[in-house]
Design a protein around this ligand. Structure first.
Ligand SMILES: Cc1cc2nc3c(=O)[nH]c(=O)nc-3n(C[C@H](O)[C@H](O)[C@H](O)COP(=O)(O)OP(=O)(O)OC[C@H]3O[C@@H](n4cnc5c(N)ncnc54)[C@H](O)[C@@H]3O)c2cc1C
Length: 463
């Protein structure tokens, strides 16, 4: 039946167990599927979904398959249908006066950024996976990334949405209006729902003016408290020109220098941690650079930072960002890490990190802690790697549960989140059920039941 709808070339029956779509980015989950289907339009996808709904067959939507929680991996039954969105890849329109882009869900994030910039506009969603993740996946995970501080998460960029509902109907709200208070804002339901309430097929995203200058600086700081002080100083004195504020611990930087060809610390310091800062100027870039330089001189004198380097050109800037963005790959090459994506109030980041480090050091004295991330959003990735006394595989097998429950408990004790930006998927589904407020869980289950009464849309994920 699917062949009749999408064409024989766009259905892969009984894909082999080692098919790349059947395992997740981190290789934590491996699934099977009765078929992988590649629809070309919302209409084709809607017809396929209707077939599944009528026959009681479960479905899994997949974008770029870069998610960290196994949300796009089918279960082991071999009965589910995997819908790949990769052929829904048209940019439908760019509206310059309205500053929006309307595009299909399978457009790769970096392509969407490029198209926006060709129209002198900025799509500020940006992350290490942008060369392969898709807009539909970004919206379904409410992705964060590198410029949340200034522009918000993916959710905040959405002005309109089109979704294939679990019964195959197409719900379309692609008007993209800035102001529209006609009842409940239904699109919010699908943003961050990880494909459990429907399949996003298109969206209208808000764009921003393209900055005329971007200034990037690499700062050496003694510890996380200095980083947080620097954040306050820059925000107070430079306002919302600050677009990124990323922390890189010495351990993360060492991993990158050990495992990534050509990587080296721009400041060549043997110790200390790093903050990568980026500012965007919409008018006078030279003035902003001067203000930043004054700020850096002042904070160096008062001891908030120890040293700094400002990128002199785009190649230089890219080399700073490459160090930051290579951390996940460096961790992978080091054997893989037990990863955490936690957020707490920025003011308590310092005490949270100190307490967590101490707790882990006491119990696992040999482990390596790679700590980095979006400190400007109160969100850090606290990843734990094996020490030299044990192989990475054995360490992850034996210690992952104890380490993760320790880290998550310490974050939750501070009213923080155990999933700041990566979502729930199948990895953290039980954790959500165990820790969420019962009323929140009840409301989420009722929404799921209302939209997907047969429970066929990405079952086993989130709720
Ligand atoms: C190197 C690297 C760096 C990363 N950095 C960041 C970061 O800074 N910030 C961040 O937030 N994340 C980051 N991620 C995680 C990941 O890239 C994001 O979660 C991304 O948004 C996932 O998009 P995707 O297209 O790959 O989705 P997938 O992995 O394919 O799917 C993710 C979830 O969304 C669902 N889904 C996918 N497409 C649709 C659709 N069209 N409709 C409905 N549901 C759908 C899937 O079923 C699944 O539940 C990073 C990952 C890597 C590998």
């Amino acid at each position: 039946v699917f062949r009749d709808i999408v064409g024989a070339d766009y259905v892969t029956d009984n894909p082999p167990a080692d098919h790349p779509f059947l395992t997740d980015e981190r290789h934590l989950f491996r699934g099977r599927a009765a078929a992988i289907v590649f629809p070309k339009s919302a209409k084709e996808l809607g017809e396929c979904v209707r077939v599944c709904n009528d026959a009681g067959i479960a479905m899994v939507p997949q974008g770029g398959n870069t998610g960290y929680c196994g949300g796009a991996t089918p279960d082991q039954s071999g009965r589910q249908i995997l819908f790949s969105l990769q052929r829904l890849n048209r940019v439908i329109a760019v509206d310059r006066p309205g500053a929006t882009i309307t595009l299909e869900a399978g457009v790769i994030l970096s392509s969407a950024q490029d198209i926006a910039s060709q129209h002198n506009l900025l799509l500020p969603l940006s992350m290490g996976s942008e060369g392969s993740c898709q807009i539909g996946g970004n919206l379904s995970t409410n992705a964060g990334g590198l410029a949340v501080l200034r522009y918000g998460t993916a959710k905040e960029m959405v002005a309109g949405l089109e979704v294939v509902l679990p019964d195959g109907r197409i719900w379309s709200d692609l008007k993209g209006l800035r102001k529209d208070n006609t009842g409940y804002d239904l699109k919010q339901l699908f943003l961050g729902a990880e494909g459990t309430l429907g399949i996003i097929t298109a969206a209208v995203l808000r764009l921003h003016p393209l900055p005329n200058t971007t200034i990037t600086a690499w700062l050496s700081v003694a510890d996380i408290d200095n980083a947080v002080s620097m954040l306050s100083e820059l925000r107070e004195n430079l306002g919302d020109c600050l677009t990124s504020f990323e922390y890189i611990s010495r351990e993360s930087l060492n991993l990158v220098c050990e495992h990534i060809d050509g990587a080296r610390d721009p400041l060549q310091t043997a110790e200390g941690n790093v903050v990568l800062v980026e500012l965007a100027a919409y008018d006078n870039g030279e003035l902003l650079r001067e203000r930043l330089e004054n700020e850096l001189e002042r904070t160096m004198r008062n001891g908030t930072i120890n040293d700094c380097a400002i990128a002199q050109n785009d190649t230089h800037r890219r080399s700073f960002w490459r160090l930051r963005e290579s951390i996940p790959e460096a961790e992978k090459r080091a054997g893989g890490a037990i990863k955490h994506d936690v957020s707490v109030e920025i003011a308590s980041l310092g005490s949270f990190i100190r307490e967590t480090r101490q707790a882990l050091r006491e119990e696992f004295p040999d482990c390596r802690i790679s700590l980095f991330g979006h400190v400007g959003d109160g969100n850090v990735h606290l990843n734990v790697l094996a020490g030299s006394d044990v192989t990475a595989a054995v360490f992850k097998r034996d210690c992952a549960e104890a380490i993760s429950s320790r880290v998550h408990k310490l974050a939750c004790d501070r009213h923080g989140s155990f999933s700041a930006e990566h979502g729930i998927g199948q990895l953290k589904r039980d954790l959500l059920a165990d820790t969420a407020d019962p009323i929140s869980m009840e409301l989420m289950r009722k929404i799921k039941q209302t939209l997907d009464p047969k429970g066929l849309m990405n079952p086993g994920k989130v709720v």
